[in-house]
Design a protein around this ligand. Structure first.
Ligand code: CMC
Length: 432
């Protein structure tokens, strides 16, 4: 509490005092927690555009200035200097690890990378061509059946968090191997987190595989950029599900499902699909992205420039800035000339000089360039959102932990303003 207050005057002329809360970066908020009890009023805020659902010490984001920090550290510094494992530790535990702590955390992640052999059958059960996000969420839920002590919420949870972070990577890679009909590759304990993922994705038993250190570094950066983004749709879902005391696997699985939507994490897949349609010589645009932009601007078309716009960023998404540079570097390193990259840059240039996008403050977001990078690494389009999920796991876990450790947490249960019929008499079927 800041000690400051705001006054609210209701239609009947009564005045109510609302405490003002100021965050550590000086963001002001009106505390309405006692509003309904004191006045009978609730607030209406569809899409939670103005609602702080919680206080949180994990991530700071200033959408106007394009600032993103995890636990106080700038995303640019973390992407350049940290690893995904170290950043995960930071998000979950609130501080950068010492050497010994990092070593211990890495060993635990390595030790818990295998999944129960019984789960291998699950991969067989999914129809060919099914979306990997369906499999991922189902398998994360299923993990709770293999570790039933997660249902005891008084027991220590740290090992479950480690398991999720480690096994999601294995599940993602196994499901890819299944879709392409190759044998599953088990994790190799000698490899780092990201190198191990690349090994499970791209190695085959017939020949040795050594992950390319530049790709390992790029993957670390990609995952760091996705690792948290405060109260977004999927993280809020994790908190909401977790607030009912559902187990952590259930909460994370719910986050995976929320992320799947094309307005959220599914946008990285949607961007590549959009670029493919624009490029298609037999399609409606035949490479003419200016025609596509004109259609996006026409409200009747219901067309969006995927990978553009953000609820909170009204400036260039700092993650997109890093990704654009990284995409250039990785494509150069691999000697790939991807026409999709040129098209994406062309679209960006046209959009950023167009009044429609300028006036609405629509800039590229994290999903605009990430798909091109994933393609270059060899990750197929349907797996893009799985990659986002892999990156977001530490954020979800950090928020889940923050929520359950907070003694003031209450079950999430918004109110509504009922707009349906008022009471009426039941009409027997013969009389309708
Ligand atoms: N293309 C064209 N117009 C857009 C776009 C876009 N990508 N995004 C927003 N607008 C327009 C929208 O039509 C609206 O115009 P008007 O005020 O005239 O009605 C205005 O900008 C505000 O849009 P909104 O949908 O009310 O904004 P929102 O905050 O509810 O939605 C968003 C944010 C991310 C869902 C939206 O920008 C969008 O659909 N973008 C494309 C999908 C996408 O790239 N999603 C990934 C987001 S980043 C990853 C993540 O964190 O989830």
């Amino acid at each position: 509490m800041s000690g400051k207050t705001a006054k609210l005057t209701l239609p009947d002329g009564t005045e109510h005092t609302l405490p003002v809360v100021i965050g550590s970066e000086a963001e002001p908020a009106l505390d309405i927690r006692a509003l309904r009890q004191n006045t009978g009023y609730v607030t209406l805020d569809s899409g939670y555009m103005n609602t702080g659902a919680t206080t949180s010490a994990i991530t700071y984001l200033d959408g106007e200035k394009g600032i993103l920090r995890y636990r106080g550290y700038n995303i640019e510094d973390l992407a350049e200097k940290s690893t995904f494992v170290e950043t995960s530790y930071l998000l979950i535990n609130g501080k950068l690890p010492t050497k010994a702590e990092l070593e211990d955390f890495s060993v635990k992640l390595t030790r818990h990378s295998m999944i129960h052999e019984g789960m291998r059958h699950f991969f067989e059960g999914f129809p060919p061509g099914s979306h990997p996000m369906a499999g991922l969420s189902a398998m994360v839920t299923s993990l709770s059946a293999y570790y039933p002590d997660c249902l005891d919420r008084t027991a220590p949870m740290d090992l479950h968090l480690t398991r999720i972070l480690s096994k999601v990577r294995t599940i993602a890679a196994f499901s890819y191997k299944k879709t392409i009909g190759q044998p599953i590759m088990y994790p190799r304990n000698a490899l780092s987190y990201c190198a191990n993922f690349l090994h499970m994705m791209f190695a085959v038993p017939a020949e040795p595989y050594e992950p390319d250190p530049i790709i390992v570094k790029a993957l670390n950066q990609l995952l760091i950029l996705h690792a948290d983004h405060e109260q977004n749709c999927s993280t809020s879902t994790v908190r909401m599900v977790g607030s009912s005391d559902a187990n952590v696997y259930a909460a994370v699985a719910a986050g995976i499902l929320a992320l799947w939507g094309p307005l959220h994490g599914g946008a990285n897949q949607a961007v590549i699909e959009m670029l493919e349609i624009i490029k298609d010589p037999n399609g409606p645009y035949q490479g003419d992205y200016k025609k596509f932009i004109a259609e996006v601007k026409d409200k009747k078309s219901n067309q969006r420039l995927m990978g553009f716009g953000h609820r909170v960023y009204k400036n260039y998404d700092p993650r997109a800035k890093i990704l654009k540079k990284m995409t250039d570097e990785v494509l150069n390193h691999l000697g790939i000339k991807d026409p999709m990259l040129d098209m994406a840059k062309g679209l960006e240039e046209v959009a950023l000089s167009d009044d429609y996008f300028i006036s609405k403050k629509l800039y590229p977001n994290v999903d605009f360039y990430s798909g091109i990078l994933y393609r270059a690494i060899g990750i197929p389009t349907p797996m893009f959102t799985v990659m986002f999920a892999l990156g977001r796991i530490p954020g979800w876990l950090a928020h889940w932990k923050e929520m359950v450790d907070d003694p003031t947490t209450k079950i999430g249960r918004p109110r509504q303003i009922y707009t349906g019929e008022t009471q009426r008499a039941y009409v027997p079927i013969e009389s309708r």
